[in-house]
Write a protein that binds this ligand. Sequence first.
Ligand code: SF4
Ligand code: SF4
Length: 298
Amino acid sequence: MMDLTQKMRDKARELLEKEEVKYVIGWEKGTFWYQSPPVFISRPEDVDKLVWDQFCINNLSKYLLDFKHLEGKIALFVKGCDSRGINRLLQDQQVQRDAFIVIGVPCPGMKDPEKAKGLSEDKADQLQLAEKCATCTTPNPVIYDELLGDEVAAAQVDDVERFARVNELEQKDPDEKYDFWKRQYDKCIRCFACRNVCPACNCRECVFDQAEPEWLGKRVVSSENQFFALTRAMHVAGRCIECGECERVCPMGIPIMSLNRKIIKDINNLFGSYDAGMNLEDQPPLGKYDVNDPEEFM
Ligand code: SF4
Ligand code: SF4
């Protein structure tokens, strides 16, 4: 990983010195040894902040939206899951492909910083892969301008493993299912972290933020939380790239991926196997964005 860190720094320095980009987005060392949060670098003298280690877990693709109106290009480093987020944004016509440079980094799987809290650094190797990485089938970027390092072997994750939590929930009777999801979403504080981190939640104005009409009431109560949960789940249906970021960032530990994967499983059964964000050509099974969409309901 040290070798890739140096390659990332060299690449970032080259792009900034030649003024090919205004910003490079990657990861840096955080306050604690188990944190490698996103970093935004605009000066060649800062590229040594960049790191590539086992905690570069954040999906950086969503940040493309923050630089959408920037004059000049940006560059960003992407793992396999991040790169599927880029395809998501391109397919939704939220970003222009010539506005950014993608530098791919093959990913061996990341560790969950939350699980490392309280551990000393010498125990780092004992940490398991983060849950979202344990069932990853796309460790290598699927879209990039340049790939740093050698591709890594993809884990053989079958659907039994991928949908294990879904299969378990499907065994419950309808009342038990309702009780389970009610208990889960009663915990939701509507911080919107799941939405904010999601590359598939990329509307210019989110329906949950609209005041007129007010689709979602401000009160954090069961009925509003359930409306929020189901609306978001259906919004990403057929478009979710399974990056697992929504569940990772949820401060209340809500198993959001069980909901996402239930829908993915049903869509696959109904319309054939489809993995969102793998390429730009395959159209999402439930529909696609068109610039001529009338949006008469808005
Ligand atoms: S991140 Fe969790 S608590 Fe926050 S809005 Fe989403 S589901 Fe609710
Ligand atoms: S719903 Fe969750 S897993 Fe799906 S794309 Fe959004 S953040 Fe990633």
